[in-house]
Ligand binder design. Structure first.
Ligand code: B12
Ligand code: SF4
Length: 493
């Protein structure tokens, strides 16, 4: 028996459909006995795991690990399992070990690491373990598995990306689907899907690049529409969030998908690039809107073209296109959800000022635009930003124990507490600006936002916004305690 384990993915343990594990489960289906355990739904995950090992005879524990809360939970849990039940083979995969495998090499409690989109390579390892061709390691170091042979003390390249159109569909019957349905701006019953792997771009702050190296492979429009229709039919959803890194890469696929799902009358959300969508025809926009597209998450990243270039944003990214798209989406009544990466080295202050001025311009043009600010958080990827960060003294932790220290957990969640190029004044500036902005333009994604609450927030923040006096908004902080206004929801993450 194999356990596929999802560590808690947020401090609040908000259940999010564990698609990484559904993808792995799909290739085991019909071949091996397995069970998905989602710690977000468990009171005592360790006890559940020990029961599965002792009673159901589980002998492989495969863990999906993202940086942040998942890692913080996975490290002590796997250490404990290895100590209590050393016979269990522990396999790690997912974004954290794919990026930061070096810090895992001394983790005696991990047996194997698989990098990248791992479903086929994982199945291959499970086969080898079952055929006794691969024996659980005897050394203290985890092995990297890339298929057919282990890499001992060597770095294995990420697994070749399997084509999502050729993989079996998610085995939804293995999880409690009802627990993952939630209300969003898109609809009262929303579930996610992931219809493509990768992204053809190389932005140098983005973790996706190391996973896929510029590849983008997608399910066909028909396939995505079939999955969507199934979610509607079997679980009564009225909205779907597409968690793809870059859903809109191919206009023809998007439009065909939109046409196919129009009769379903659902709402939907996806992530895309501004320059890609900028090329879409008016007809395509209309088709998307008619099919229920309500909001698109777009990486605007910066209010300066120089910074976009330093980020290797690539394609034809420019601030002028961001302005255009925001206007275009207003006409089509689709909400742009723009994310910005602020606090970039070497001059984070000037960088922030440009971006704040730009955000004000966008809000004038299309006040419905949602704004999400992330602190620049390096990823181990060659490029100007990371090189600059290293020059300023930044380096990643060397061990997992370091990674789970509170500062690094904050870092992983893009709060970047101790970056050498940031000072307290700047950090406060960023959060003060956000507080004033979110009060003056309350998010449309907050279902608890009544007209009265909105009017109160606006009235009390107007003078600050107009005079650009963002610092120390104590009255808004106090108001937040009474009226609790949230930052825009990034739909999934
Ligand atoms: C959904 C999602 C979430 C969900 C949780 C998902 C879950 N596991 O329960 C929520 C909303 C909670 C979340 C939170 C966060 N997320 Co998130 N999230 C995503 C998102 C949008 C989709 C993930 C997904 O389901 N993909 C679909 C599946 C099929 O693909 P997959 O997860 O990559 O899994 C494949 C491989 O990774 C691998 N694999 C995965 N696990 C395993 C395990 C084994 C054993 C093996 C062999 C292989 C393997 O094989 C799988 C199949 O191909 C991704 C972006 C993306 N499009 O992938 C970001 C992403 C993973 N998240 C990211 C981040 C930064 C976060 C946060 C830290 C953000 C924050 N500010 O707090 C938090 C904290 C995470 C944590 N708990 O530790 C980053 C990771 C960056 C990095 N440096 O690694 C990503 C890449 C977004 C981005 N573009 O920057 N997230
Ligand atoms: S376009 Fe988006 S997903 Fe692709 S590399 Fe850039 S930031 Fe990452």
């Amino acid at each position: 028996m194999i356990i596929l384990y999802n560590p808690p993915s947020s401090p609040a343990r908000k259940p999010v459909l564990p698609m990484s594990l559904l993808a792995l489960g799909a290739v085991l289906e019909g071949h091996y006995e397995y069970r998905i355990i989602d710690a977000n739904l468990e009171d005592n995950p360790l006890a559940t795991l020990l029961r599965a090992i002792d009673t159901d005879g589980a002998h492989i524990l495969a863990v999906t690990v993202m940086p942040g809360p998942q890692l913080m939970h996975a490290v002590p849990l796997c250490r404990q399992i290895k100590m209590l039940r050393p016979q269990v083979v522990i396999i790690w995969g997912g974004y954290f070990p794919s990026q930061h495998y070096e810090s895992c090499v001394n983790a005696v409690y991990i047996d194997y690491i698989i990098r990248g989109h791992g479903e086929l390579i994982f199945k291959n390892l499970v086969d080898q373990l079952h055929l006794n061709k691969e024996h659980p390691k005897t050394s203290q170091k985890p092995r990297m598995w890339q298929g057919a042979q282990p890499y001992i003390n060597k770095v294995a390249a990420p697994a070749p990306i399997p084509h999502p159109d050729h993989l079996p569909d998610f085995p939804y019957h293995r999880v409690k689907m009802e627990r993952y349905i939630r209300p969003t701006f898109m609809g009262t019953r929303t579930l996610p899907h992931h219809s493509s792997y990768g992204c053809p771009f190389f932005c140098n702050f983005c973790a996706v690049v190391n996973m896929v190296h510029g590849k983008w492979l997608a399910q066909s429009a028909q396939h995505v529409a079939d999955v969507t229709e199934r979610l509607v039919r079997e679980w009564g959803v009225n909205a779907v969030d597409f968690y793809d890194n870059n859903f809109f890469t191919q206009e023809a696929r998007t439009v065909e998908f939109a046409e196919r799902i129009t009769p379903l009358h659902i709402g939907w959300w996806g992530e895309g690039r501004i320059d890609t969508l900028h090329h879409y025809s008016e007809k395509s926009w209309r088709t998307m809107r008619e099919s229920g597209l309500r909001m698109v998450f777009l990486g605007a990243e910066s209010g300066s073209n120089e910074t976009l270039q330093r980020m290797n944003k690539g394609g034809n990214a420019s601030i002028e296109k961001t302005i255009d798209i925001v206007g275009q989406m207003k006409e089509h009544h689709i909400v742009p959800e723009l994310s910005f990466v602020v606090g970039n080295p070497p001059d984070p202050e000037e960088d922030l000022n440009h971006t704040i001025a730009f955000i004000r311009r966008i809000k004038r043009l299309n006040p419905a635009t949602e704004i999400i600010l992330y602190m620049y958080t390096p990823v181990p990827l060659a490029g100007e930003l990371y090189e600059e960060a290293k020059t300023q003294g930044f380096h990643f932790p060397q061990t997992l124990e370091e990674w789970i220290q509170p500062d690094w957990i904050e870092f992983s969640q893009r709060h970047s507490i101790n970056m050498p190029w940031l000072n307290d004044v700047l950090r406060r500036q960023i959060s003060d600006f956000q507080r004033v902005l979110n009060a003056y333009y309350p998010t449309a994604t907050d279902p608890t936002m009544s007209a009265l609450k909105k009017a109160t927030l606006r009235a009390l923040s107007a003078w600050r916004y107009h005079l650009k006096l963002y610092s120390h908004p104590l009255e808004l902080r106090a108001l937040n305690r009474v009226l609790a206004y949230q930052r825009p929801e990034t739909s999934g993450f």
